[in-house]
Design a protein around this ligand. Structure first.
Ligand SMILES: [Zn+2]
Length: 350
């Protein structure tokens, strides 16, 4: 299958919420704190890109002219999610911004179809033609399985190791800001939300926990010969355990001369059906997070998805302690909800 392509037109943006009375060009949320380094490749004092942490696995990746929203979840403290047969969870935090306050979004990256990553309110309110890149399973849920007038119309399914390119209509506007010709390559990474073996087979039958993707989000540019050059590479783990399949990631990237600049790690040691009946852990705990850093070797890691729901059994302190033990403090950036991490592109494109 050839790579899928999505071209956005920054001049024709619409609000991400349907039936919205607002206009496009909505302001980007003001960060609580800004962490990180200024631009390296541009002369302005604007960073080349940034990650804003909203809560759970929800982030805003900004790489002008693109804004990417990951795993949108805008529920509040006390709200409930249904995560599969007999598994419910309560949110214990508030998101840093409200769904209605979102800036204009070009594309949503959805790792899997679970309510703590795509809640019912988000599903109801998002504009039907907002582009969504996700798993084949989630695509079916958002299209075929929905009533005719509720179907999402711009859903792209990307299976493990398949890629998709997002580029922008070239306009003279971008030229001055040095952003003309920028594009984004998204490749689906392996991930397993259920331990391999018997439980995975049982789950396949029950369909309880949906299949999940990780993402390699490569920020760069495409030359007129369509060669994609990456200046910053972000690995988003998705909800996965530390499984053998992940070994292929350093083999294809960090150990193959394609450095991973940033890893956004979904932690939390999510335990179902509940922390008081801990039968099964389905996301990495603090210890696994550190093992994954050693395996994938990202330059910087930002943990997310660690304290927003009561099924998260491994708090951020577990990870902090393990990071200390491993002497990796300088490789981790901790963002509070509402904080923004700024980064500059590498000068050597890989
Ligand atoms: Zn999750």
């Amino acid at each position: 299958m050839s790579d899928q392509r999505l071209t956005i037109d920054p001049a024709r943006r619409q609000p991400p919420i349907r039936k919205s009375t607002g206009t496009a060009d909505r302001p980007f949320p003001q960060p609580k704190h800004v962490i990180g380094k200024p631009a390296s490749s541009s002369s302005s004092d604007q960073p080349d890109g940034s990650v804003t942490f909203v809560g759970t696995a929800t982030t805003l990746l900004h790489f002008p002219p693109f804004t990417i929203l990951t795993d949108p979840n805008f529920l509040h403290k006390g709200d409930h999610v249904h995560l599969g047969p007999g598994v419910n969870s309560t949110r214990v935090t508030d998101p840093a911004i409200e769904l209605e306050e979102l800036p204009d979004i070009d594309v949503v990256l959805l790792s899997h179809y679970h309510e703590d990553h795509f809640d019912k309110e988000v599903e109801d309110k998002l504009r039907r033609d907002l582009p969504i890149i996700t798993t084949p399973h989630a695509k079916k849920c958002l299209t075929e399985d929905k009533a005719v007038d509720e179907k999402f119309s711009e859903v792209y399914d990307v299976d493990t190791w398949q890629s998709m390119f997002v580029s922008a209509v070239r306009s003279s506007e971008g030229k001055d800001q040095g952003i003309t010709g920028r594009s984004v390559k998204v490749t689906a990474m392996p991930g397993k939300h259920v331990p391999p073996g018997f439980l995975e087979k049982a789950n396949d039958l029950l369909g309880a926990v949906p299949p999940t993707n990780g993402w390699m989000v490569e920020l760069g540019s495409e030359s007129h010969t369509s060669v994609f050059e990456t200046g910053y590479r972000i690995y988003i783990t998705g909800d996965t355990l530390l499984v053998d399949d992940l070994v292929s990631i350093p083999q294809r990237y960090s150990d193959a001369g394609k450095p991973i600049d940033l890893m956004i790690a979904h932690l939390g040691g999510t335990t179902i059906p509940s922390p008081s009946i801990p039968l099964l852990m389905v996301t990495m705990d603090g210890k696994m997070g550190v093992e994954l850093i050693k395996l994938v070797k990202p330059e910087v890691t930002i943990p997310v998805h660690y304290d927003d729901y009561d099924v998260f059994a491994s708090p951020l302190n577990d990870f902090k302690e393990e990071i200390k033990k491993a002497g990796l403090e300088s490789k981790v950036v901790f963002l509070d909800r509402g904080d923004r991490y700024d980064f500059g592109m590498r000068n050597n494109k890989t």
